[in-house]
Design a protein around this ligand. Structure first.
Ligand SMILES: C[S@@+](CC[C@H](N)C(=O)[O-])C[C@H]1O[C@@H](n2cnc3c(N)ncnc32)[C@H](O)[C@@H]1O
Length: 275
């Protein structure tokens, strides 16, 4: 990259980080999106606008209202201090309502984890790709006491909050703000969640879904797709996403089970050794 291009990209990143909606997004991620847009657009101004639009599509559109992470932590501490699991779960549910992806899962929370996890061997390590607020559902997952849970999303303030939450419920591991397309965690785990992530990641890189599916080194992999658009319309989404998923896993010797919930289509994958 020439000095001029670097300087334009730096200006773009600063301009995006200066806006309220995107100030907490990982700088590296903005850097990648920004450099793609600078190549495509005829001016810096247009590239800034296009980068913000992309960030909205893949992140901002899922977040409704203002996150009050400081007061949420205080609320969770209070619930935790009473040692009352029900109170803690109630608080988590309230907070999950703030992110569209977890909010859609609220009516099926119990059923979701019982169906997908109950017959698996004990789970001691988890990665959660493009996690949103999904780690708040850990209390429903019946994971091992010594579980290590690693979560990744592009928001720094969300990662800080999730780290405090995991400390509070004494779950090891942690959340990290990063672009999973560039930095896919490939260490070995018992379980990987890739919930409603593929359509989002493929908006940035159409091969990202397949690359992640291949790179993730998990005994069990849960991959899901939404059944409604963000606007609430169904538009044959189940069929379209199923076709896309089957294309991605074609010719792979993976064991795949399908689960359809009222708000989510899930595939559970076991990658068998050998092809
Ligand atoms: C549809 S939501 C799914 C959230 C969560 N997995 C769930 O199902 O509850 C997609 C999430 O991906 C995150 N995201 C988008 N692009 C990403 C990237 N390149 N790396 C990491 N996270 C990303 C967004 O911020 C958003 O929280």
């Amino acid at each position: 990259m020439s000095n001029r291009e670097r300087s334009q990209l730096d200006q773009l990143v600063e301009a995006v980080l200066a806006s309220r909606s995107y100030r907490n997004i990982s700088r590296d991620f903005i850097d990648v999106l920004g450099s793609q847009e600078l190549v495509k657009r005829s001016s810096l101004k247009e590239a800034i606008k296009a980068t913000k639009n992309k960030l909205h599509q893949v992140g901002g559109a899922y977040i409704e209202g203002e996150a009050h992470y400081r007061s949420w932590i205080a609320q969770l501490r209070q619930a935790g201090a009473h040692g009352d699991k029900k109170l803690l779960k109630q608080a988590c549910m309230g907070m999950m309502g703030y992110h569209v992806s977890t909010r859609e899962r609220l009516p099926i929370l119990e059923q979701f984890y019982t169906t997908l996890l109950a017959d698996l061997p004990p789970i001691r390590s988890v990665i959660d790709i493009a996690c949103g607020l999904h780690p708040l559902a850990i209390p429903w997952m019946s994971l091992g006491q010594d579980v290590q849970y690693y979560a990744y999303d592009i928001y720094r303030d969300m990662a800080d909050f999730l780290n405090e939450f995991m400390d509070l419920i004494q779950v090891q591991g942690g959340a990290q703000a990063c672009d999973v397309i560039q930095h896919c965690p490939a260490f070995k785990v018992d379980l990987a969640f890739m919930l409603k992530a593929i359509p989002c990641l493929e908006q940035i890189d159409k091969n990202a879904g397949l690359r992640l599916l291949e790179a993730i080194n998990a005994d069990h992999l849960l991959v899901s797709f939404p059944v409604h658009s963000l606007g609430g319309r169904k538009k044959g989404m189940v069929m379209n996403y199923e076709v896309r998923f089957r294309e991605l896993v074609e010719h792979r010797n993976w064991l795949i089970e399908r689960f359809e919930f009222p708000t989510e289509l899930v595939f559970r994958i076991v990658k068998r050794k050998g092809r």
